[in-house]
Design a protein around this ligand. Structure first.
Ligand code: VGL
Ligand code: ZN
Length: 257
């Protein structure tokens, strides 16, 4: 201290603050979990995953998530809800509302689950899903048996008719953000656990955005159900080839010990 000038002391203080901040992140993770889209339509409604190629039952996820919430104390719990207006761009039923190009079958021959390209600048790639999760209907409600944690935050997404939103952070074009990242910053969250429906669509997209935003991101694989086996394998690869972690719920207890 004897031979330090004022500027050096200031720099040392800043360095100390920086080191303390990182030490606290490493030594005291602040955890949150986001339970993605555990809604009726994905379980027994119009987009029931058990009728999709991977034949997975979203109801299993309700049990898995409940057990997890009962045994692990997360600092904050988030639930996301797919929350579409009736004229939403992602609905097969609405395909005539906007002009689109379709590659293999020609104009107007798109099948359910096909990818089409809606005209516009820029054009919009979109998979055509069955009508699902209409705002305020039974299909958009969280499953009745899903545990609701007190003080949880609910994030609605896909509310704009013209743009789909798989991730709970951003719409598919990153034009607008939900409040999720604001909340995570407000609560000083360092580690985000992700699970729910569907693995290869909204859960995976949420995990990838979480990674990109710099949260330590942990996907709880046995608390997810997906649309296709291939989609899930590809999503898992993307998460693991970034800096994401994929674990089972049994391991979460150990991780948070
Ligand atoms: C989802 C398809 C369309 C999901 C949402 O929550 O995974 N999938 N909209
Ligand atoms: Zn949707």
């Amino acid at each position: 201290v004897f031979c330090q000038n004022k500027d050096e002391i200031l720099r040392e203080n800043e360095l100390q603050i920086f080191i303390d901040k990182w030490l606290s992140i490493v030594l005291n993770p602040v955890t949150a979990i986001i339970i993605v889209d555990v809604q009726n339509d994905f379980i027994s409604g119009t987009l029931a995953l058990k009728n999709c190629p991977a034949n997975q039952d979203g109801a299993d996820t309700v049990l898995g998530v409940n057990k997890l919430l009962a045994t692990v104390k997360f600092d904050k719990v988030f639930y996301s809800l797919d929350w579409h207006p009736k004229d939403h761009i992602s609905f097969y039923e609405n395909r005539h509302l906007r002009p689109f190009h379709e590659s293999s079958l020609g104009l107007d021959k798109a099948q359910m689950y096909d990818k089409v390209i809606f005209e516009g600048t820029p054009p919009t790639e979109q998979i055509l899903w069955p009508t699902h999760c209409i705002q305020g209907t039974w299909g958009s409600e969280l499953h009745k048996d899903l545990l609701r944690v007190e003080g949880a935050v609910y994030i609605k997404k896909g509310v704009n008719s013209e743009i789909d939103s798989y991730s709970a952070f951003w719409d598919n074009k990153k034009h607008s953000a939900t409040d999720l990242s604001k909340y995570l910053k407000k609560f000083n969250i360092t580690d985000l656990y992700v699970c729910g429906l569907a693995y290869d669509v909204c859960v995976g997209s949420t995990a990838l955005d979480s990674m990109a935003l710099g949260f330590r991101t942990i996907l709880i694989e046995d608390c997810c159900k997906g649309v296709t086996e291939q989609g899930m394998a590809e999503m898992k690869n993307k998460i693991l080839s970034g800096n994401g972690i994929v674990v089972s719920s049994k391991e979460v207890n150990k991780l948070l010990d």
